[in-house]
Unconditional design. Structure first.
Length: 248
């Protein structure tokens, strides 16, 4: 245990500044780690909750807290029983991975939902492990990177997607005979269709449903029109029952 404490003090500036109490498996250090884990996870959870994601405040707190506790238990075992394996930490990572995979949803329009939130939960678990191990500097860096990625990058990502020459749509037509008319309209607008896939999940619904990959070939269209504006124009076609851009 002395070797572990010395290693932490030498490698983590914040732990070295706080002192031995923040590293030793005592009551003060335990309370500090749990409190820090809850506070940082709460900030990330609030960011997700304000954007109406399914995993919000409590989910992120529980994930970070459980991983912190798992690492604390491993540290206690390392100190008291001489264990040289991090069983609880490894188990928490496996459990968290299963939770993240199960939290992914496929909507009725074949779109994957919750991928970013699932990866965010996994990253929050890593944050909890870092706190539990006493790597406070690394934990704060992870927290800052995670928060900025989840809160600021979506706007940049949306801008890049809107300026991309390629996008994919979910299209519902009132009848299959109108598919050729839709393709003709796409070409007239200065776009081309790369792929069309018929969605068999809607068989018997009375609608003809397709997943269509589109590329923008017209230079003016690339420069002045966003994907949302193009889709809004296509929505006015009388035979289009529903149309939307597919997102992940």
């Amino acid at each position: 245990m002395f070797f572990l404490v010395s290693a932490l003090q030498n490698s983590d500036p914040l732990a070295n500044y706080l002192g031995d109490w923040s590293i030793h498996p005592g009551l003060t250090g335990l309370l500090f780690k749990i409190a820090l884990s809850v506070i940082l996870a709460a900030v990330i959870g609030c960011e997700r909750a304000t954007k109406r994601h399914s995993a919000g405040l409590r989910t992120f707190i529980l994930i970070s807290l459980s991983c912190t506790v798992a690492m604390l238990l491993d540290c206690f075992l390392l100190a008291s029983a001489g264990s040289n394996s991090f069983f609880m930490s490894a188990a928490s990572i496996i459990a968290l991975s299963i939770i993240c995979v199960n939290s992914l949803l496929v909507s009725s329009r074949s779109q994957i939902k919750g991928l970013t939130t699932s990866v965010g939960m996994w990253a929050c678990g890593m944050l909890g492990l870092a706190i539990g191990a006493g790597y406070y500097t690394a934990a704060l860096i992870i927290f800052a990177a995670l928060y900025i990625t989840l809160s600021a990058f979506p706007y940049f990502e949306k801008y890049l997607k809107n300026r991309s020459n390629h996008f994919e749509i979910h299209l519902e037509l009132t009848e299959s005979k109108y598919l050729q008319d839709f393709v003709t309209t796409i070409r007239k607008l200065g776009m081309k269709i790369d792929d069309i896939e018929f969605n068999t999940a809607y068989a018997g619904s009375g609608l003809s449903v397709y997943t269509i990959s589109i590329s923008i070939s017209n230079a003016d269209l690339k420069k002045y029109k966003t994907h949302a504006e193009l889709i809004e124009a296509l929505r006015t076609l009388k035979y289009v029952y529903h149309i939307e851009e597919m997102t992940i």
